[in-house]
Ligand binder design. Structure first.
Ligand code: FE2
Length: 280
């Protein structure tokens, strides 16, 4: 998700706790060679292919990828591994049995690439770490769980055209539950769209996790794509709403109330130290 973008834009991101997530160290071997060859950085094909495809697919605000483009990006992401972005399950961060000194449940993020049309980000959640319920206005987001086990809960607005009245900031809106599932890597890519697919979602780590997000277009306060956060209420709390549902049907719905930016939404940003994309 992209709260980091929001945080970066507001200049409030705190760079720290770099020791919580470390990248795989590249071996530097001294070889006795008669002729020294100039080393050429190797970009994993999958990451480069993802970048090139994203550049082709995301043409800026207002565009939603065509089904064939969604399939293409999903196929690439489905085949991607943690190693493609410089990570490994052997890293201490991902060992559920190791309690890293000074660690907290705070989430860390890193940006592999960002332009006006799309961004590639990785979110690192320690066990019990949470990215609280938030939306993605006008965006399409592909999420690929690279490592770990994560609970994802997501909603879509029942009436996406019914936008909030600024005069009533605490207005509750009815949303349909899209997913309430625990994902374990390796698993297939999930996709959310501007009004479908679970545009409003939360992540809760069961074990330490890394999730790669492809976000198009990225959050932008200037372009009206700011991130909002929500508190969920059971449908039964306010049953006389927009549609009449039985108790059983109501379990598939919830009322979402927009809230102030929650404390646990703040993330630590770290530099991306994995393989670099070649932007030609
Ligand atoms: Fe998100």
């Amino acid at each position: 998700m992209t709260t980091e973008t929001r945080a970066v834009d507001r200049g409030s991101i705190r760079i720290g706790h770099v020791n919580k997530v470390q990248y795989v160290k590249r071996d530097i071997k001294k070889r006795k060679c008669r002729r020294m060859k100039r080393s050429v950085p190797v970009v994993p094909m999958a990451l480069q292919e993802l970048f090139v495809s994203c550049r082709d697919v995301f043409k800026g605000p207002g565009t939603v990828p065509l089904p064939c483009d969604v399939d293409k990006l999903c196929r690439i992401l489905d085949n991607m591994k943690a190693e493609d972005v410089g990570l490994s399950s052997n890293l201490q961060f991902f060992n559920p049995n190791v309690q890293v000194k000074g660690s907290s449940s705070r989430v860390t993020c890193t940006t592999i690439y960002k332009c006006d049309n799309f961004s590639l980000c990785i979110f690192f959640l320690p066990a019990t770490g949470v990215i609280p319920l938030h939306n993605h206005p006008g965006m399409t987001v592909f999420s690929k769980l690279l490592l770990g086990k994560m609970h994802i809960k997501s909603y879509d607005w029942v009436d996406p055209t019914n936008t909030d009245d600024p005069a009533q900031p605490r207005q509750k809106r009815l949303a349909k539950l899209k997913a309430d599932t625990v994902f374990t890597s390796p698993c297939s890519t999930s996709v959310l769209y501007p009004t479908t697919g679970g545009n409003i979602h939360s992540f809760t780590a069961v074990t330490p996790c890394a999730v790669l997000d492809v976000i198009g277009p990225p959050y932008s306060m200037e372009d009206g794509r700011d991130c909002s956060y929500y508190k969920e209420h059971p449908y039964a709390s306010f049953p006389n709403g927009e549609v009449a549902l039985t108790e059983e049907e109501g379990e598939g719905y919830g009322w979402l109330e927009e809230i102030e930016v929650p404390e646990n939404s703040h993330m630590d940003g770290i530099e991306y130290l994995g393989p670099q994309i070649i932007d030609t």
